[in-house]
Design a protein around this ligand. Structure first.
Ligand SMILES: C[S@@+](CC[C@H](N)C(=O)[O-])C[C@H]1O[C@@H](n2cnc3c(N)ncnc32)[C@H](O)[C@@H]1O
Length: 181
């Protein structure tokens, strides 16, 4: 099932909305070996993540066009990019970190966080970023947009806990690091 409000604007516009190096640095991405990502979208994060880590990036999207775009951008990098409905089937891999970027406004966030927790190796982390609650140039409507405290509550129900403080990821995002309880 495609997650609600998860369609994408055009690629250059989408990629103008993030400071990707700052986000990945504040999340400490380069300390991980194998990572899984839902969904890859245009590969905005997949390309730099694959370059930063020492292992493999497994990245999934329900939309064939997104898989095709990300595959072409990550050719030659240690990336497995597949069409997969992660909501229906889970991640199907065990990794050191799971990326849930701009996706936790989904219909069943606790279920998605449980899939993520199940895919983590001991000591691994779920890394979530989302649009700040308020006026932003893009992002889901406020009625379904989670605040950091809401994600922390959902994480608890999925047997995950926040590590450290909520991360500021200007211009428009916040981030959370979650580990197994
Ligand atoms: C808002 S975009 C975010 C893409 C990427 N994470 C980023 O931040 O650039 C959400 C992506 O998730 C994909 N998606 C939606 N539902 C999905 C599902 N059930 N399984 C896998 N991918 C899904 C969409 O096709 C879309 O490419």
């Amino acid at each position: 099932m495609k997650i609600r409000d998860s369609g994408m604007p055009d690629e250059p516009y989408w990629e103008s909305l993030f400071d990707v190096p700052l986000i990945l640095s504040r999340l400490g991405i380069d300390k991980f070996r194998d990572i899984a990502e839902l969904g890859c979208g245009y590969g905005t994060f997949s390309v730099p993540v694959a370059r930063a880590i020492s292992g493999t990036l497994y990245t999934f999207d329900v939309e064939p066009e997104m898989v095709s775009r990300t595959k072409s951008r990550t050719a030659g990098l240690p990336v497995v990019c597949e069409q997969r409905d992660v909501f229906e089937s889970g991640f199907g891999v065990k990794v050191d970190a799971i990326l849930l970027f701009n996706i936790l406004h989904c219909e069943k966030p606790v279920e998605l966080l449980r899939h993520a927790a199940n895919a983590l190796q001991q000591g691994g982390e779920v890394l979530a970023i989302h649009w700040r609650y308020g006026d932003t140039p893009r992002g889901p409507v406020l009625e379904i947009r989670p605040r950091p405290e809401q994600i922390i509550d959902w994480a608890d129900a999925a047997k995950l806990q926040a590590i450290g403080d909520v991360l500021e990821l200007p211009p428009w995002h916040f981030g959370l690091r979650l580990s197994l309880l």
